[in-house]
Design a protein around this ligand. Structure first.
Ligand SMILES: [Fe+2]
Ligand SMILES: [Fe+2]
Length: 281
């Protein structure tokens, strides 16, 4: 089973009717996905789907995603707006006002969480959402499960894009997830960088953005003293392929376009594959 993860699309950044570079970047990733010999079983877009929560931007997004061959699922990020999203994607029902649901049709069970508090940049996970997650995990405690959400509940080392371990929403997630040992992996976004870490007994991977990536800089930041550092950098759009082999999950991080092919697996270079597999000894 393959899950393609895209995140932080920020469609509509340029304004209504304007040419949006993030749309072009999304197309590059969609093209990369469409050229894979083995197509993903599904695609999950983990939030910041649009830039300003505008319904016209969700409509643009819906059109752009038509090029994806696999079913597409969504989580909300801090740039999203529940009401505007539902106007364009009405078949995604909210539960208790939140976009939380499970995907049950595949070898791995997927639980999508909603960490959005409208008007706030950082993550949020209230008791209502926590209770729902607990109940869902309790339903199938043996089945391999992954969780997809926008905000990673981890300290990243990037001082302006990080959660704090003392945050209530982080504690709630930690307490619930650590009680279940079938949570194989947590997919997140929001940081616009590729990050890997353990959290509550699971591995968490943060995928690169469709929009430009965050500059890698781990120096402390003072929110009151702008020191001229880079915040965002020119970069290719990224995505992840999460590969479930029946026993465990492997995460591959990639950027699009993938680059010109230098070596093909044809008759001339078939030996490369055999050599690599140590079959010619
Ligand atoms: Fe984002
Ligand atoms: Fe975000």
């Amino acid at each position: 089973m393959i899950i393609a993860q895209i995140s932080d699309l920020h469609i509509g950044f340029a304004g209504k009717g304007e040419v949006c570079k993030n749309s072009a970047r999304l197309k590059q990733v969609v093209d990369a996905l469409n050229t894979l010999q083995r197509q993903p079983d599904l695609v999950i877009a983990t939030g910041d789907l649009v830039e300003h929560g505008q319904d016209w931007a969700y409509r643009v997004l819906k059109n752009e995603l038509k090029q994806i061959k696999s079913p597409v699922y969504f989580a909300f990020g801090n740039h999203d707006n529940r009401k505007a999203f539902l106007k364009i994607f009405p078949h995604f029902p909210l539960i208790d006002g939140f976009l939380q649901y499970t995907i049950e049709d595949y070898a791995v069970r997927i639980i999508v969480l909603d960490t959005l508090k409208e008007g706030q940049h950082g993550g949020s996970f209230c008791q209502t959402r926590t209770d729902w997650l607990d109940a869902k995990l309790a339903e199938q405690p043996e089945r391999p499960t992954v969780i997809a959400m926008h905000h990673p509940p981890i300290r990243t080392g990037i001082g302006w894009l990080t959660a704090k371990p003392g945050d209530k929403w982080v504690k709630r997630l930690h307490d619930v997830i650590s009680r279940y040992d079938n949570v194989e992996h947590i997919f997140a976004g929001h940081i616009h960088r590729s990050i890997f870490k353990s959290f509550a007994g699971a591995t968490i991977s943060v995928t690169q953005a469709i929009a430009p990536q965050t500059k890698l800089e781990l120096a402390d930041i003072d929110p009151h003293i702008p020191d001229g550092r880079g915040l965002l950098v020119e970069s290719r759009p990224g995505f992840c392929l999460h590969y479930w082999n029946g026993d465990d999950m492997t995460t591959h991080s990639a950027q699009a376009p993938c680059g010109k092919t230098l070596l093909h697996y044809d008759k001339k270079y078939a030996y490369v594959v055999r050599h690599t597999l140590d079959l010619d000894h």
